[in-house]
Design a protein around this ligand. Structure first.
Ligand SMILES: N[C@@H](CCC(=O)N[C@@H](CS)C(=O)NCC(=O)O)C(=O)O
Length: 353
């Protein structure tokens, strides 16, 4: 238990140095901004968490014991799903929908957190339409990269100097521009009723199932934070401490969010949502028919960052969503993200949709 005591002392030090507040920021990366106050409260309570850390330690040991057995089982299932998919789609190839003839901005810059589901919705849209974009990875603790913006969440998409906020609004606006519609005509219909209904379902239902799942157990919370801190923009001190402080805080927050959204069993609810989506496809390759529509891109976008976590692997192995998911991977294809280079141009933050 010495290790647990050391961990509790470290967390207490982290609390004093303001890292509990940082945990709040880490948690938002995948978890959305809901439950912020709760994250802070739980984070600052972390000093007295010997018991919780003992659970983490026990879970980690148990996890290590089960790891080989678990992961091989899950890979076999995923492998079987891919094989059956390969067999069933041998003659069908899905591809991007290129729009450069209708929409070709000079510079598109996405301010994001790499693992944020909303940012990944926007990336799925840009990748699928092959709209080249640069990425600025925002540090969730200081957010200095978006100091210029009044809007303090990500994603923010800057299109030729004009800042667009909110994933759904960004995608709607880009679609309107691709379709050549009038940007000011908000009544103009973008998609079918079905498409709009399922886009809302993603924002109002599906995203809320992510945090309770990826932070479901202490081991999964650590796995998620390992991924977040490895891929996100963090200083080395934030990276070293954030994983433990953040994972601990989010483990408890995941439980609160579960309650808030009336989720009894996080995995069961996620599986149910996946089956609901597959049922809505009703035998179609995509909700959009032979090619993805905005609902397909939204579901795919929010699931993509959890794909390689336990939640994502379980989801593909335990539900029928795998075949559609792989068709989406095919259709969305390679990323349209440009290699990094210093940013040019100016940002007009007063122009928003
Ligand atoms: N409705 C927004 C939600 C965006 C959102 O909540 N983003 C989170 C990251 S996943 C965020 O920026 N939270 C605030 C923060 O990190 O301070 C959208 O669809 O873009």
């Amino acid at each position: 238990m010495a290790a647990v005591r050391v961990m509790a002392q470290r967390i207490a030090r982290a609390r004093r140095s303001g890292l509990a507040a940082a945990a709040q920021q880490y948690g938002r990366v995948i978890g959305t901004s809901e439950g912020d106050d709760a994250v802070l409260r739980v984070g600052t309570r972390a000093a007295g968490m010997e018991k919780a850390m003992a659970v983490v330690e026990e879970e980690q040991q148990q996890g290590a014991r089960n790891w080989r057995r678990w992961s091989s089982g899950s890979w076999i299932a995923a492998g079987a799903a891919s094989l059956s998919f390969a067999a069933s789609t041998m003659t069908v190839a899905y591809g991007k929908e290129r729009v450069t003839d209708r929409f070709s901005p000079k510079e598109v810059v996405l301010y994001q957190y790499d693992a944020c589901p909303f940012c990944n919705k926007v990336k799925a849209f840009l990748d699928y339409h092959d709209i080249a974009y640069k990425v600025v990875e925002v540090n969730p603790v200081g957010k200095k990269e978006i100091k210029w913006s009044d809007y303090k969440k990500v994603p923010i998409l800057v299109v030729d100097g004009e800042a667009l906020n909110d994933s759904t609004a960004i995608i709607t606006e880009l679609t309107r521009r691709i379709q050549g519609g009038n940007a000011k005509d908000l009544a103009q219909k973008i998609g079918s009723d079905e498409e709009e209904k399922w886009r809302s379902w993603v924002d109002e239902h599906l995203v809320h199932l992510l945090s309770p799942n990826i932070y479901r157990t202490p081991r999964e919370a650590l796995q998620a934070f390992d991924y977040l801190t490895t891929n996100g923009n963090f200083s080395s001190i934030e990276r070293a401490t954030g994983k433990y402080v953040g994972a601990t805080a989010m483990y408890f927050i995941g439980k609160r969010l579960k309650k808030r959204h009336n989720i009894i069993d996080a995995r069961a609810s996620l599986y149910e949502a996946a089956e609901e989506w597959v049922a809505a496809l009703n035998g179609r390759s995509f909700m959009g028919g032979s090619k993805p529509n905005l609902a397909d891109l939204a579901v795919f976008g929010v699931l993509r960052p959890i794909r390689h976590l336990d939640t994502g692997k379980d989801l593909l192995a335990s539900t029928q969503i795998g075949e559609w998911y792989m068709r989406m991977e095919d259709a969305v294809g390679e990323t349209a993200r440009l290699p990094e280079e210093p940013l040019m141009g100016t940002i007009d933050s007063s122009m928003k949709v």
